[in-house]
Design a protein around this ligand. Structure first.
Ligand code: SF4
Length: 185
């Protein structure tokens, strides 16, 4: 499989399967699960990921909180600021990852861009303790599950890559990182 030919993917629904390429419109409703997912996410077929207002961005989880993930996100965020009104949280996947990231200055890249630089843990991957996405807010998240309520009651999760999440934080919406300066080819 030639992964280099894949467009960046973003989820529109309430399981990881409900996803599509960034430049494709959301699919038609094919069953009751799709109907429920669209209702929960307050989206509809024919819309694009770039139409969604992103107000929360979570970069982390055991799945996408490796050093290489943080490096991809930091590459996008270097010398940039996240959009006013967007809350950004970075949670390294482990303590060694956090230490390695700090050693090469990634924490400063995130902090200067406007992100919170947190202790490692599950955090917003499952809406742990106070780390929740507010009700009805759309969150670009590098975690691995987007079930209803996963990041908080009525929170609307869109799974994406660390680079896509970083770009969404800067723009307040999803963009194709391949078209951003400093993006990934
Ligand atoms: S809650 Fe998320 S970050 Fe924590 S172990 Fe499960 S998948 Fe990983």
């Amino acid at each position: 499989m030639d992964a280099s030919a894949l467009e960046p993917y973003v989820t529109w629904g309430t399981n990881p399967e409900m996803a599509g390429p960034i430049n494709a419109s959301f699919p038609e409703i094919k069953d009751h699960n799709d109907q429920l997912a669209y209702e929960y996410m307050d989206l509809h077929p024919g819309q694009y990921a770039s139409d969604i207002k992103i107000e929360y961005v979570f970069i982390g989880s055991c799945t996408n909180g490796r050093l290489s993930d943080l490096q991809e996100a930091a590459k996008i965020l270097s010398n940039k600021k996240i959009k006013k009104g967007v809350t950004g949280v970075v949670v390294p996947g482990s303590r060694p990852v956090r230490q390695a990231a700090e050693k090469i200055g990634l924490d400063q890249v995130f902090i200067q861009a406007g992100f919170e630089w947190r202790e490692p843990g599950c955090s917003m991957c499952l809406g742990m303790n106070p780390d929740k996405v507010p009700e009805f807010v759309h969150c670009a998240s590098t975690s691995n599950r987007n079930f209803a309520g996963r990041q908080g009651k009525n929170a609307r999760t869109h799974l994406c890559s660390p680079a896509m999440a970083a770009a969404a934080a800067i723009n307040g919406k999803f963009v194709d990182i391949r078209q951003m300066a400093g993006g990934i080819n």
